[in-house]
Design a protein around this ligand. Structure first.
Ligand code: XMP
Length: 507
C-alpha cells in the first residue's frame, strides 16, 4: 500500500508548498480542504496528517475547523501555524494575539526533539496569534523571544505543532523538519518518486482510452509535452496534437517547437497559423485581464474548428497539473490573475472525457517524469511561458511593431543568459515592452525611444520568487546589445521586485 500524507488545507498561501515538501521527502501527499469528510481523508491508505496555516483566528466565529475524528485515526498529526493553534484549541490550550505581529526571519531555540535534527536556528514567522499555553499532555519544544510555545509535542497521541513555516525556503533547512516528521516520527519508508510513475500512468491511460481517439492542444510547454509523450507511448497513433500559433510566441518559437515535436518526439502534430485572428481580436485592448479572456476564448474557437476538421475525437488531452487542480478547487483565494492555461479547454466542447495524466503531479515531478521518458533535457527544463504569451509582456495594446521589438530584445536576453550559463539557475527570464519612451543620446543625436524592461527571477514554484542576481557584467552586455541591436529602444531597466509584493509577469 502506498504511503500517503493528507495535508489539510486551512486556507494559507503556502499550502501547496507543504504538499510538495512532503513529496520531496519521498511520501505521496494530497492537499484536501479542511472540511472534507473523514472517509475522503482516510482514502485507501493514510500515513499522517499535516494541518496547514490559514488566515483565521482560532477563536473567531466561523474559524475554519475539521472533523476532529482525524485525531483518532491512529496516525500522527502535525499542525503548522494556524494548524498548531487549531490543535491547541481542540485540546484545551490557550491562544492569544500578540501585541506585535511576528513576521519574517526569526531566531528560534529548539530543544533536542527529533523533529528538529539538522535544522538551523532561523525560521520564518508570519502570525498575529500564538499559543500562550500548551494543552495538557503537550510539552513546549521550541521558543522565540515573542513566542514561548513556538512548537509543541504530545508523544503519547503523536500530535505536534509548529508556529513557524518550515515549508518556505526562508526557514533554514526547513525541509529537514518534514523528513524528520515522516521518517523519525511516522516511521515511513519514504520511497515515493515521480520518475517511477511512468508505467503506472501509461497503463491507466490505456485503460481509460481503449481504442478511442485523443486530441490534444500542445503549447510547447513542459506539461503539455510530457502529457503528450505519455499518451503517445500509451496509445500511439490514436492521438493527434494541435499546436496553435497565436502570433504571441517568442522568436522562432513556432518552428522550434514543431521541429522537436515532429522530428525528435515523433508526435502526430498539426500546426495552425492563427496569428492574424488573435492580433485583430486584441487590437486596441489594453486591460490585462481582458487580453487574457480574449486569448482564452479565441484559443477555444480555433481548437474547436480544427478538431472538427480532423473528424473529432472521443477524448481531450489536457496537461493539467496538481496546482491547477488545487487552485480550481479553492474559492477563498482572491484572483490576482485569471491564468488562462493553454491546455485549459472547457469540457463541454464535444468530448466524452478528459485525459489528464499529470493531474496529481507538481511541476518538478512532471520534469522528473519527462526526463525518465527520454524527452530532451532542453524541453524538460524550458522556462514556463504564459498561455497568453507576449500579449501580457507588451504593456497596453498589442501591435505587430511592438511585438517585433519585444521578440528581438527577448531573444538577445535569452542568448546572453545562455552564454553566461545561467539558464537553469533562473526560473523565468524575459523582456517587457513597457510602451514608455524616454530621451537619450546616440551618436551625438537626441533620441526619444522606448524602454525595455528586463525581468529574471529565481523560484521553485512561481508562488514566491526572488529577483535573480545576474552579474553586472552580464547585465551590462544585455543592455548594450539590446540598445545597439534593437531599433527604437534607447533604455533598458532591470526589475528588482520580488513576489510578493510583485508578480512575475508585469500584467
Ligand atoms: P505571475 O505573473 O502571476 O505568474 O507571478 C506566475 C506564473 O504564471 C505564469 N502566468 C500565466 N500562465 N496563463 C498562463 O498559462 C496566464 O494568464 C498567466 N499569467 C502568468 C507566469 O509566466 C509565471 O510562470
Amino acid at each position: 500500500m502506498r504511503e500517503r500524507v493528507v495535508v489539510l488545507d486551512f486556507g494559507g498561501q503556502y499550502n501547496q508548498l507543504i504538499a510538495r515538501r512532503v513529496r520531496e521527502a519521498g511520501v505521496y501527499s494530497e492537499l484536501i480542504t479542511h472540511d472534507a469528510p473523514i472517509e475522503r481523508i482516510k482514502g485507501e491508505s493514510l500515513s499522517a496528517i499535516i494541518m496547514t496555516g490559514g488566515p483565521d483566528s482560532a477563536y473567531e466565529e466561523g474559524a475554519k475547523a475539521c472533523d476532529n475524528a482525524v485525531f483518532s485515526l491512529g496516525v500522527p498529526v502535525l499542525g503548522i501555524c494556524y494548524g498548531m493553534q487549531y490543535i491547541a484549541k481542540v485540546f484545551g490550550g490557550a491562544i492569544a494575539s500578540a501585541p506585535i505581529r511576528e513576521y519574517g526571519h526569526t531566531k528560534i531555540r529548539f530543544t533536542d526533539h527529533p523533529l528538529f535534527t539538522g535544522m538551523g536556528d532561523v525560521v520564518w514567522m508570519n502570525h498575529n496569534d500564538s499559543v500562550t499555553r500548551a494543552p495538557e499532555g503537550f510539552a513546549a519544544i521550541a521558543s522565540t523571544c515573542a513566542c514561548p510555545v513556538a512548537a509543541f509535542a504530545d508523544e503519547e497521541r503523536k500530535v505536534y505543532g509548529i508556529q513557524f513555516h518550515a515549508e518556505v525556503t526562508h526557514t533554514q533547512n526547513g525541509q529537514k523538519l518534514f523528513e524528520n516528521f515522516l521518517k523519525s516520527v511516522c516511521n515511513l519508508k519514504c520511497d515515493y518518486s515521480a520518475a517511477n510513475l511512468k508505467d503506472e500512468l501509461i497503463a491507466s491511460i490505456r485503460a481509460q482510452v481503449g481504442d478511442k481517439r485523443v486530441i490534444g492542444a500542445l503549447s510547447g510547454g513542459v506539461d503539455s509535452s510530457v502529457a503528450s509523450v505519455l499518451v503517445h507511448e500509451a496509445v500511439g497513433a490514436q492521438m493527434t496534437c494541435i499546436f496553435v500559433d497565436h502570433g504571441l510566441l517568442r522568436e522562432n518559437e513556432a518552428d522550434d517547437v514543431m521541429r522537436v515535436y515532429h522530428d525528435t518526439l515523433s508526435l502526430n502534430i498539426i500546426k495552425v497559423d492563427a496569428r492574424e485572428r488573435f492580433l485583430s481580436k486584441l487590437a486596441g485592448i489594453t486591460e490585462p485581464e481582458q487580453k487574457r479572456k480574449i486569448i482564452g476564448e479565441e484559443f477555444i474557437r480555433v481548437f474547436e474548428e480544427e478538431s472538427k476538421k480532423l473528424g473529432g475525437a472521443e477524448y481531450l488531452l489536457q496537461g493539467t497539473i496538481y496546482p491547477d487542480v488545487i487552485e480550481s478547487g479553492t474559492s477563498s483565494a482572491s484572483t490576482i490573475k485569471s491564468h488562462h492555461n493553454v491546455g485549459g479547454l472547457p469540457k463541454d466542447i464535444g468530448f466524452v472525457g478528459l485525459v489528464e495524466p499529470l493531474r496529481m503531479l507538481f511541476k518538478d515531478e512532471v520534469r522528473a517524469l519527462g526526463e525518465s521518458l527520454g524527452i530532451p533535457h532542453e524541453l524538460v527544463w524550458r522556462q514556463p511561458f504564459p498561455g497568453p504569451g507576449l500579449a501580457i509582456r507588451v504593456l497596453g495594446d498589442v501591435t505587430e511593431d511592438k511585438l517585433a521589438i519585444l521578440r528581438r530584445s527577448d531573444a538577445i536576453f535569452r542568448e546572453e543568459v545562455k552564454t553566461a550559463g545561467l539558464s537553469e539557475a533562473i526560473w523565468q527570464y524575459f523582456t517587457v515592452f513597457t510602451g514608455m519612451r524616454t530621451v537619450g543620446v546616440m551618436g551625438d543625436l537626441r533620441t526619444y525611444d522606448y524602454i525595455i524592461g528586463v525581468r529574471a527571477v529565481t523560484s521553485t514554484d512561481a508562488m514566491t520568487v526572488e529577483w535573480a542576481e545576474i552579474p553586472y557584467s552580464v547585465l551590462r552586455r544585455i543592455s548594450e546589445r539590446i540598445i545597439g541591436e534593437v531599433p527604437h529602444v534607447n533604455r533598458v531597466v532591470y526589475d528588482i521586485t520580488s513576489k510578493p509584493p510583485g508578480t512575475i509577469e508585469w500584467e
